[in-house]
Design a protein around this ligand. Sequence first.
Ligand SMILES: [Zn+2]
Length: 168
Amino acid sequence: MSGDGVGADMSVNDFCRFCHKNLKIQGVISHSTKIFETTGKAKTVFDRLADLGLTLTKSPEKSLRTCQKCTNLLSRIERDLPVFRGWEEEEEEEEKRHADSRDEASPSPTAAHKRQREPAFPPPEEEEETPPMPLKKFCPDPPTPSRTGISVSARRSITKVRPAAAAA
Ligand SMILES: [Zn+2]
């Protein structure tokens, strides 16, 4: 990088791109894989990651190497991801089935009737609010209910008096 001896010793490529582990053991890079170069295998780490949906970019700030541990991890992801994708597909298919059944249920006649009845509820409540006005007009003539009240209580007292009188 800088050109002087000390700076040239340290390079971003001395570390694993993923776990940032120092790959240099006693000054020698070991147990590592070059991400963008094939090592006899058919695919590069770059191609394998691209297949999984991760596209790496070559950058001077990013290492071109990965450690053995991360390469092994990549192999496990490649092995297990199809299983995970299978789970995803199953869930998506179930969701689609549920969505289809919902669409079939909504146009039923009962649902349509319910929708028409629902807006009919608020208007009657508004009509009930207006009657209190005419009720106030009845207030000026309370004598009528009080008279009936008196007559009822008078009749009751009479009926009560009669057995009492009979007893006496
Ligand atoms: Zn690593």
